[in-house]
Design a protein around this ligand. Structure first.
Ligand code: ATP
Ligand code: MG
Length: 206
């Protein structure tokens, strides 16, 4: 096994959409990543509101959404770990699993944690931000409507990458489905089909 350049993209993915996929693909191109690991959160720590879809449903939508890009994989580490999801644990678990399967060559892996401009702005309030930077290089990516600004971090720990960006959020997707609108062009067809088949995000009968 040879050393790899590995991107990690965490999120609630409730549901995963083309903004997530395009950002990850663009960063993978720019940074020549061998793989991007998508990691649906178990319980997001930073929300008052918990996800609408079940963890297994968000994982399944993620799995379907990434099928078209051979660089993309999905990981269960965060949905299998009880309690709120913290990025420090995500990266620790992913690196441990890779070491167990890959041995010494993995010492030379390069890890990148990819985050949109909105999430990046709050980075210093995450659990153990400096610990995270010891496990992965932080990569901030354009999210339309949010300024792409690096937090005050030690030099050389964070890279900002401007992309054309896709202006979509999971909230917008959920709202459109609730209102009976199409989500073509916002989520992959495989995700739209899953949502429809499982009646996810639909208006609850009153
Ligand atoms: P919600 O509306 O439920 O908060 P979201 O669209 O913000 O959903 P998240 O799962 O919260 O999606 O985001 C996961 C990660 O993806 C975060 O780092 C976020 O900044 C990034 N991200 C989300 N949407 C985009 C987008 N359109 N472009 C770039 N990055 C994005
Ligand atoms: Mg969000």
């Amino acid at each position: 096994m040879t050393a790899q350049r590995i991107g990690v993209m965490g999120g609630t993915f409730d549901p995963i959409h083309l903004g997530h996929l395009t950002a990850a693909a663009t960063i993978a191109d720019r940074l020549r990543l061998d793989t991007v690991i998508f990691v649906p959160a178990g319980e997001p720590w930073h929300r008052g509101r918990q996800p609408v879809a079940e963890p297994e449903q968000r994982f399944e939508m993620t799995r379907r959404a990434i099928a078209g890009d051979p660089r993309f994989v999905a990981s269960r580490v965060d949905i299998d770990r009880p309690g709120p999801t913290f990025t420090i644990d995500t990266l620790t678990d992913l690196k441990q699993a890779r070491k167990e399967s890959g041995g010494q060559a993995t010492d030379d892996d390069a890890w990148f944690f990819i985050t949109g401009a909105d999430a990046l702005a709050g980075f210093m309030s995450w659990r153990q931000p400096l610990g995270i930077l010891g496990l992965a290089h932080l990569v901030g990516v354009t999210r339309p409507g949010h300024a792409l600004i690096a937090p005050a971090l030690p030099p050389g720990t964070c890279t900002l990458i401007e992309t054309p960006g896709i202006d979509v959020s999971s909230t917008e997707v959920r709202d459109r489905i609730r209102d009976g609108l199409e989500v073509t062009g916002l989520v992959p067809a495989s995700v739209a089909d899953y949502v429809a088949d499982h009646g996810l995000y639909a208006r609850q009968p009153s």
